[in-house]
Structures are given as C-alpha cells and as structure tokens.
Write a protein of this length. Structure first.
Length: 277
C-alpha cells in the first residue's frame, strides 16, 4: 500500500515561514530547478536547509518540450547534475511549449495533431536519454486549441505512450479546462492514460467569468476541485500530491490545512472497507 505523501512548493516568498513548520507537516517539497540550480550564497544555504530535510521533486518551467528549437542540452545536463546532487526522485514538465526564438514566459498549447505527437514524443525520448530516467508530463491548462485534429485526452495518451513517459495529473487543470472548453471533467479524466500517473497537483484558480477560469495557483482550492481529487484517488489509489501555491500566500496555517486535507483524502482511500453483515 502506497504511503500518504502531501507536499508544498518551495517558494522564496515563504521560505522563512516554511523553516518554522514542524517536522512531518509536509512530506516533500517541489521546486522549479531553473530557479535554484546555479545559485550561491544565502539562497543556496536556504535551499540546502530544505533539501537536507525533505525529498525535493522537480517541476520544470522552460524545457520547451513542444517547441521547434533544439532542446537546451546545457539546461538538461544541469538538471541531471542537480537531480544527482540532491537525489531528486522525480522530474516533471508541462505538455506545452514556451519559446519561439526566445523565452515566451508563458506556457502555450501544442496543437493536438498526429504530427505534434511524433514531434513531442521524439523530444521527450531525447530528454529521457539525457537524464537517464523517465519524466512525467503534466496535462496543461489552455485557452485555445489551434489546429486541433484530435481530442486533448487522445493527444496526451498518444504522446505518453509513444514516448513511454509518465503522467503528472493536475486535477485543477482538468477542472479549469472543463469549464473553459465545456466538457465533463470525470469523462475526461477517465479518457487519460491513468495507468501512467505517478504524481498529482492540486491548486486554486481565478474565476474571470461564469464560463472562464484562469489557472493562477494564487487562490484556495475550491470544493469541486477537491471532489476531483477524491475521484482521482478512487481511480489511482494514493500518489504523491502537491498543493500548488505560487503567490497571494495565506498564513502558513491555512496552507498546511490544505496539505492536511490532501492527507485526509489519501487516508480515506487507504482505509479498509468494513464488511457488511
């Protein structure tokens, strides 16, 4: 039976507050390696403080897995070294692109096409060859689907199967996309290659309009997203799960309350079913 594991993102704005939490309040921390790999001085000492106490999961921001420019091999080698130095158990990235003759500083949707499946899966294989292990790709939030020839779920499945990589299942992104693109989130979840899921994200978002949600990681998790997390555990069992919060941070007690709710949901799945008389 899998262990209960719930984590928080290590962000510089809350690093001081995170140092004050009790051992066991969180089970792991996640970082974007680009934000920590080449630092020294106080920031490196801060990172080492947490790395000595928690497993560190990596969630990349700038690999540009869906782009057309050659993969940044220097970045990949730095990530590989960072993973080895800190014994990071997992590296994940977004199933998006983020560069076009320069960094776009946003995560753009990849066209859902057969050609894109071949292109992206070849790049994932190259990444995995360099890192020497499988990576996981996240189902992304998006607001337009240019050149769409296949469904989002079929595209994700095709990429992951062709590349033989894992799935980072982001339940908030499922909810956001289900509102913006008008589909049933549970039907969509069931169409994904859930057998490849190894890790989950849960987060808050912004309600721009009744029919438009924006994935921000800057708000509390809402009840429909908690319900989707329960549905994911019912299908997958317990997997490590991150509470994502990138800005607009509440008091640490409130963040830890969301971590505790993740653990409670995981324990519910693990609880033995009582026999009926």
């Amino acid at each position: 039976m899998a262990d209960v594991k719930a984590g928080l993102g290590l962000r510089r704005a809350i690093s001081g507050a995170l140092k004050a939490i009790e051992p066991g309040d969180v089970d792991f921390m996640e970082v974007a390696p680009e934000n920590w790999m080449h630092l020294g001085g106080r920031l490196r000492k801060d990172f080492d403080y947490f790395a000595d106490r928690y497993p560190i999961y990596l969630h990349g921001l700038s690999l540009n897995i869906g782009g057309v420019a050659p993969l940044d091999r220097e970045l990949l080698l730095s990530i590989r070294e960072f993973m080895r130095d800190y014994q990071c158990p997992l590296y994940t990235e977004h199933l998006t692109y983020c560069a076009d003759e320069g960094q776009l500083y946003d995560l753009m949707p990849i066209p859902f096409t057969e050609a894109a499946v071949r292109h992206v899966s070849d790049r994932v294989k190259e990444v995995q060859d360099v890192l020497g292990q499988q990576i996981a790709l996240e189902n992304a939030s998006y607001y337009a689907a240019p050149g769409q020839e296949m469904s989002e779920s079929d595209f994700i499945r095709a990429v992951l199967e062709s590349a033989d990589c894992k799935l980072l299942l982001d339940v908030n992104n499922i909810y956001v996309n289900s509102i913006n693109h008008r589909y049933d989130p549970l039907v969509f979840m069931d169409a994904l290659p859930l057998e490849r899921a190894c890790y989950l994200h849960i987060a808050g978002h912004y309600e721009e309009a009744e029919d438009l949600r924006v994935d921000t990681h800057g708000a509390d998790v809402i009840e429909p997203v908690w319900a989707l997390l329960d549905a994911a555990y019912d299908r997958l069992g317990v997997l490590p799960t991150l509470v994502e919060r990138d800005f607009n941070f509440p008091p640490m007690a409130e963040l830890l309350g969301e971590v505790a709710r993740v653990r409670a949901a995981q324990r519910r799945v693990q609880a033995p079913v009582e026999a009926t008389p």
